[in-house]
Design a protein around this ligand. Structure first.
Ligand code: SF4
Ligand code: SF4
Length: 286
C-alpha cells in the first residue's frame, strides 16, 4: 500500500460530530443508501450535521467500473418497491426542503431504473412538497428512459460528465463523453425551463484548458449549472490524486466559466455535485 499522502491545509475537514447522529439514525432506520457514505464524501460531517443527505436509489452495487468511485461493483440486487416511500419518509423526517436523489448505474435493467427514479421523485414530492434534484446515470443513452425521468418534473436535472474526455478510459470507463452531452441536450430540448446541471472532479490529470473546453461543450448543450471540486481518493482501490488544485485556481476557473453564461458556477476544493444543492439551485434561478 502506498504511504498516505498528506492533505494540503485547505483540505482539512472537521471530525465526525454527534450532530450527525440524527441523520445517521434516519438513514439507518429506513435502510437507505446515501452517496455521502458510499462515495466517502468529505463533506459528510457538515452536511449530516445540517440534516442533509443525498439518497442513492436502485441499490448499493453499480454495474460500471469508474476509476474514482468507491460504490461497490458487481452483482446488483432487486429493485425494492418500497424504496420511493422510504426515501420520502426520510426526507420528511429530516425536514428537507430540497432533496437530491441519485442512483447507481443499472446497465442490467432495460430502462436503467428510470421508472423507479420517476416514482421516487413523485413520492418525495407528494409527501413533503420539497423541491427535488435528480442526479442521474446516463441510462446508456436510452432516450425513452431519460424522457421518463424528465416527466417526473424534477426541479433540477443533474448529470455529471465527471472529467475531461481524454481521461474517460481511466476515470469513467464504459461511459461516453458525447453520450452524456446528448443526455443534457435531450433534457433541455424536452423541458427548456428545467435547469440542467453537470460537474467535474479536478485533480485527475486534466489541464485548465481542457476543463474550459468541457465547460464550453456543456454550455453548447444548454447546461445551466456547473460544479467543480477536488477529487479525493476514497480508498487505495481508486485512482490516485494527480494534483491538489489550489483554491485560487478553482476561483480562476470559476470566473472563466461564469463568462460562458452559466446561471450558477460552484468551483472550490469541497464543491460536490450535491453540496449545498438547494442554495445552488436558488442562486441559479435568482
Ligand atoms: Fe452527501 Fe453531497 Fe453533502 Fe457529500 S456534499 S455529504 S454527497 S450531501
Ligand atoms: Fe460510481 Fe460510476 Fe457507478 Fe456512478 S456509475 S455509482 S460514479 S461507479
Amino acid at each position: 500500500e502506498r504511504p498516505k499522502r498528506r492533505l494540503p491545509k485547505w483540505l482539512k475537514r472537521p471530525l465526525p460530530s454527534t450532530e450527525m447522529a440524527f441523520t445517521s439514525n434516519v438513514i439507518e432506520d429506513l435502510n437507505l443508501e446515501t452517496v455521502c457514505e458510499s462515495a466517502k464524501c468529505p463533506n459528510r460531517t457538515e452536511c449530516w450535521a445540517q440534516k442533509t443527505a443525498t439518497f442513492m436509489i436502485l441499490g448499493n452495487v453499480c454495474t460500471r467500473p469508474c476509476g474514482f468511485c468507491s460504490v461497490p461493483k458487481g452483482k446488483t440486487g432487486e429493485i425494492l418497491i418500497d424504496e420511493p416511500e422510504r426515501v420520502a419518509e426520510a426526507a420528511a423526517r429530516l425536514g428537507l426542503k430540497y432533496v437530491v436523489i441519485t442512483c447507481v448505474t443499472r446497465d442490467d435493467l432495460p430502462d436503467g431504473g428510470a421508472e423507479h427514479f420517476y416514482e421516487c421523485v413523485q413520492a418525495v414530492r407528494a409527501k413533503t412538497g420539497a423541491d427535488v434534484e435528480v442526479l442521474t446515470s446516463d441510462f446508456r443513452g436510452n432516450r425513452a428512459a431519460i424522457s421518463r425521468v424528465v416527466e417526473a418534473r424534477p426541479d433540477v436535472f443533474n448529470h455529471n460528465v465527471e472529467s475531461v474526455p481524454r481521461l474517460y478510459s481511466r476515470v469513467r470507463r464504459n461511459a461516453i463523453y458525447q453520450r452524456s452531452l446528448d443526455l443534457l441536450k435531450q433534457v433541455k430540448d424536452e423541458a427548456p425551463d428545467m435547469p440542467t446541471k453537470s460537474g467535474l472532479m479536478l485533480g485527475l490529470g486534466e489541464t485548465f484548458d481542457e476543463v474550459l473546453d468541457v465547460a464550453a461543450d456543456l454550455r453548447a448543450v444548454g447546461c445551466d449549472m456547473l460544479t467543480m471540486g477536488q477529487y479525493l481518493q476514497p480508498s487505495a482501490d481508486q485512482l490516485p490524486v494527480e494534483r491538489f488544485v489550489p483554491p485560487e485556481e478553482f476561483d480562476e476557473l470559476g470566473e472563466q466559466c461564469r463568462k460562458l453564461g452559466f446561471s450558477m458556477v460552484a468551483s472550490g476544493p469541497f464543491v460536490r455535485s450535491s453540496y449545498h444543492a438547494g442554495e445552488m439551485a436558488a442562486e441559479a434561478t435568482s
